[in-house]
Design a protein around this ligand. Structure first.
Ligand SMILES: Nc1ncnc2c1ncn2[C@@H]1O[C@H](COP(=O)(O)OP(=O)(O)OP(=O)(O)O)[C@@H](O)[C@H]1O
Ligand SMILES: [Mg+2]
Length: 512
């Protein structure tokens, strides 16, 4: 198919060169950045006004993989979006940028004017947009440019899409319409920002997640095995370390208690990856390494081929256990809520559990089933909790019911744990929560783009815990939780943790 104006489409590096030459000729460069999924009259006027600031208008767009606007988005793939933009008279160059932010493009283009739409200017005091804009503005002024705004009627692509195109499955559309009729995005965002000062203690296993990317080269000539060639590897913090980072999206007062191995502790690496507001309290166990889960992953499809776990079983010594119990007995009452993320790898011993359950003022529990503990690590090993968040498999194991309907199992665990709220996550089917007074509430999954499902339940658990503690409506808690789950499945493992800005943007898009 013939592109409308192929000469306008450039790679970022080429565009940077072209722009440099144009600047040498005295031309003023104007830059707009966005997704531009559904071009509407507001965009056209935006570009026409933007162009008036200078001579050359460059539009950079976010590549599909970095668009974070909810299920079905972007509606139009990057090539098509670039094609539409390049056919607009005012636009001189178009580039697809492999980044979720404009900064990369700004640093290459070094525009004289970086232009945003009126919605950014007129948006009432909202701490998130200005923050994002602030870093873009800093990048622009670093190169001597100016941030300027266009003035016009505000059209929103997301609103037009939500109202006129069927991007969501019917059940999701119904769910979102109903939610929208009750709460505005601002209301939900305000509730979330009200959690900033909660004092939170997170306890659980520390995990180092390794991803080793490889590609098949062929069958071994000697053995019946497929040989793979190593391509690259990445290491992330996982387990409770990631949960603590997720929590820092909502609270500035997160303390993390976890256990590292003395042999290979990864402490320095962990400290560089923990968010600056997270206060770590490490206990060290001699003779073991910090738990590592190494995944061998197909480089192209990101499909997992094989997993290797470096976990020594039953490692907690009496001495370290006593120290942890002493610390908890002394400190636990100082926290508004205590979040236990139990992966069943040995830290959460009976004595530690008993201490936590006795003294935590508000206890949030996630007790995981995985290959290392299959069937043994169940929620009912804890005598009580205020909030329980587990997945479908985990509630079935805890109730010894493989096939029955979920609601009776949920009620059973709710009663046994004597909790105030219980969420069961259902992977691609979203989640179901239960509270005695309000009954059941189901939320559909909020994305259809899956990169890696690891850690989705932990992200949902982390962001819902402070919401439950603060008594937010179950509808809001579940919605925000599923947004966290959706954000998490869109990245490889724990390569990125939930940020408040991502939650805010996702909420805003879905409720437009
Ligand atoms: N395939 C998927 N498609 C869309 N959303 C998903 C998918 N998998 C997970 N999610 C989102 O993440 C949330 C939690 O996922 P899930 O139920 O898989 O947790 P989990 O089994 O505890 O995961 P983990 O233990 O790896 O953190 C879901 O409620 C949903 O919002
Ligand atoms: Mg889980």
């Amino acid at each position: 198919m013939e592109r409308s104006n192929p000469t306008k489409l450039k790679r970022l590096a080429d565009l940077a060169r072209i722009v440099r030459k144009l600047k040498e000729q005295g031309k003023k460069i104007v830059h707009c950045h966005g997704v531009f999924d559904l071009i509407h009259p507001g965009h056209i006027r935006h570009f026409s006004q933007a162009k008036k600031y200078g001579d050359i208008l460059v539009v950079t767009i976010t590549a599909d993989a970095f668009v974070n606007k909810g299920p079905g988005r972007p509606v139009f793939k990057e090539d098509l979006r670039a094609e539409v933009l390049s056919s607009i008279e005012y636009v001189d160059y178009v580039t697809i940028v492999n980044s979720g932010s404009a900064i990369l493009a700004i640093n290459k283009i070094k525009p004289d004017f970086y232009v945003k739409g009126p919605d950014y200017k007129k948006r009432k005091v909202n701490p998130y947009v200005p923050q994002k804009l602030k870093s873009e503005e800093e990048a622009v002024s670093k190169w001597g440019g100016n941030l300027v705004f266009t003035e016009d009627v505000i059209f929103s692509s997301s609103q037009l899409i939500n109202e006129n195109l069927y991007v969501y499955p019917p059940a999701t559309k119904m769910y979102l319409d109903n939610l929208k009729s009750k709460y505005s995005a601002d209301f939900i965002i305000n509730q979330l920002t009200g959690l900033r000062n909660l004092k939170i203690l997170v306890i659980g296993d520390a995990i180092i997640d390794e991803y080793h990317y490889c590609l098949p080269t062929g069958k071994s000539s000697k053995e019946p095995v497929m040989v793979h060639q190593y391509i690259a590897d990445e290491t992330f913090i996982g387990g409770t370390l990631a949960t603590a980072n997720h929590l820092s999206a909502l609270s500035d007062k997160v303390t993390l208690l976890t256990l590292l191995g003395k042999k290979r502790s990864y402490e320095r690496f962990i400290k560089t990856k923990l968010k600056p507001t997270v206060v770590p309290i490490f206990f060290y166990q001699g003779n073991i390494s910090t738990i590592i889960k190494r995944r061998y992953v197909d480089f192209y499809t990101k499909q997992k081929l094989f997993q290797l776990a470096f976990i020594k079983e039953n490692f907690l010594s009496d001495k370290i256990e006593r120290r942890i119990v002493r610390f908890l007995t002394r400190e636990i009452g100082k926290y508004d809520l205590v979040i236990v993320n139990d992966f069943g790898h040995g830290l959460m011993s009976r004595k530690i559990i008993a201490t936590i359950c006795k003294s935590a003022r508000f206890l949030c529990l996630n007790v995981q089933a995985n290959s290392a503990n299959y069937g043994f690590n169940v929620i009912v090993k804890y005598p009580r909790a205020d909030f329980v968040c587990i997945d479908t498999q985990e509630i079935r194991l805890a109730t010894h019911d493989q096939f029955g309907e979920l609601p009776p199992l949920i009620k059973k665990i709710y009663t046994v744990m004597n909790c105030k709220m219980l969420i069961v996550t259902k992977g691609q089917e979203g989640s179901i929560c239960y509270q005695k007074k309000r009954g059941f509430h189901e939320v559909p999954a909020l994305t259809d783009r899956i990169v890696d499902r690891v850690g989705a339940g932990d992200a949902l658990f982390a962001v819902t815990s402070p919401c439950v503690y603060s008594g937010l409506e179950d509808e809001i808690t579940s919605f925000v939780g599923n947004i966290a789950g959706a954000l998490q499945v869109q990245v490889v493992g724990n390569s990125k943790q939930i940020e408040l800005i991502d939650l805010v943007r996702f909420i805003t898009r879905l409720l437009k």
